[in-house]
Write a new protein. Sequence first.
Length: 114
Amino acid sequence: QMRLVESGGGLVQPGGSLSVSCAAFGSIFSIYTMGWYRQAPGKQREQIATIISDGSRTTYSDSVKGRFTISRDNAKNILFLQMNSLKPEDTAVYYCNAVNTDYWGKGTLVTVSS
């Protein structure tokens, strides 16, 4: 079992930056490919970034490529998402997940608005 806890969400102006984190408890975090997902109001949850277990390879959705950066610290069991050049359409609840498992956090809300 692994428990995931997201933090760092909040209100940010368009064009601003924000970093969200996901702390992992209770399992071997370093063996999992991890992902960030988001769900905007009225929309389906979408995968926006993934990172493999050793952090050497990442993937991004077209909607965030070039603006967001996923990273991880396996020594501290933490997953990060650095978000730059934020747009109102980035407003969503952001979730972390161990890919291909049922391990999900409860999410953290990011609101991009002036």
